[in-house]
Write a protein that binds this ligand. Structure first.
Ligand SMILES: NC(=O)C1=CN([C@@H]2O[C@H](COP(=O)(O)OP(=O)(O)OC[C@H]3O[C@@H](n4cnc5c(N)ncnc54)[C@H](OP(=O)(O)O)[C@@H]3O)[C@@H](O)[C@H]2O)C=CC1
Ligand SMILES: O=C(O)[C@@H]1CCC=N1
Length: 281
């Protein structure tokens, strides 16, 4: 692969997105604001006029023509819904140059094998599970390598995704569980923030203050886990004073199956990702 990355600043190649929806926009805006890729070097195709207008507002090149995105890009992100992926790949396959292009799929559940089968033999493929906080450079992504990808492909993709958050690598079979934790996870966290805020409002706080406190509390707790290296259970214990307020609240959460509920949620999302993979081969 000819792709190269200056890890400090800017990638000197063109990046394409097929599908310019919520996740593509989060990554695109993250890339642009981090300075990694200039908007003029980003090409996005989408079937929706409305979405193209939004994308034009970001300053990237837009089109309805998926093939032209591939022709103009070195690295192509597949960012359509899982059930559209094979159709889009078949459409662009005739213009793929295996020595030039690197395909990066962010589609939940869609296996590398099924992606490779829809592209010319030898095409370099990397599969990624990102999440929407990439928009604010706080994303969490995990990458898995395709059978023709070379180490440099993973280096490039990880370097790019690290400009919008953290990026780890895992074997492909774990990516569905990653989807259950961090791909879908922002939605659970938003619901938790909303619920915490609702509790504050029930107890008399103004909504704006309650939501701000709830969001900052989750942000602060997350930073403590990541930055202190302490086990979350230990950090929880440090908040729970004997006979204090927090342990009373924890009792209510445990009585109502708080942990089991979150584990069930991750399991449900993981199984759904596997199902999406098997029905969209
Ligand atoms: N949203 C998230 O938090 C995450 C999403 N993902 C994955 O990212 C992918 C995209 O998800 P998301 O951004 O949420 O989805 P969106 O629906 O927001 O974006 C997909 C876009 O693709 C467009 N589209 C549909 N068909 C075509 C086509 N043939 N050619 C070009 N564009 C097309 C859609 O238009 P229209 O609406 O008109 O159909 C839509 O604008 C999915 O595979 C998902 O699994 C991964 C991690 C997190
Ligand atoms: O809900 C979904 O299917 C996508 C994948 C992960 C997050 N959103």
């Amino acid at each position: 692969m000819a792709l190269s990355v200056n890890f400090q600043k800017e990638i000197n190649k063109t990046v394409g997105f097929i599908g310019g929806g919520r996740m593509a926009q989060a990554i695109t805006k993250g890339f642009i604001s981090s300075g990694l890729v200039q908007a003029k070097n980003i090409y996005v195709s989408d079937s929706s006029e409305q979405m193209l207008e939004v994308l034009e507002g970001i300053g990237v090149n837009t089109t309805k023509d998926n093939k032209s995105v591939v022709e103009k890009s070195d690295l192509i992100m597949i960012a359509v819904k899982p059930n559209i992926v094979s159709c889009v790949l078949k459409e662009v396959a005739p213009v793929v140059i295996t020595e030039k292009h690197l395909f990066v799929s962010i589609a939940a559940g869609i296996t590398i094998r099924s992606i490779e089968l829809n592209l010319p033999p030898g095409t370099h493929v990397v599969r990624v599970m990102p999440n929407t906080p990439a928009l604010v450079q706080a994303g969490a992504s995990v990458v898995a390598s395709g059978s023709n990808a070379v180490p440099e492909d993973l280096v490039v993709v990880q370097a790019m995704l690290r400009t919008v958050g953290i990026c780890d690598e895992c074997p492909e079979y774990l990516l569905d569980a990653v989807t259950g934790v961090s791909g879908s996870g922002p939605a659970y966290a938003f619901a938790a923030i909303e619920a915490l805020s609702d509790g504050g409002v029930k107890m008399g706080l103004p909504r704006e203050l309650s939501t701000k406190l709830a969001a900052q509390t989750l942000l602060g707790a997350a930073k403590m886990v990541l930055e202190t290296g302490k086990h979350p259970g230990q950090l929880k214990d440090e908040v729970c004073s004997p006979a204090g307020t927090t342990i009373s609240a924890m009792h209510v959460l445990e009585q109502n199956g708080f942990r089991g509920l979150w584990m069930d949620a991750v399991e449900a999302a993981t199984l759904r990702a596997k199902e999406l993979g098997s029905i969209n081969q």
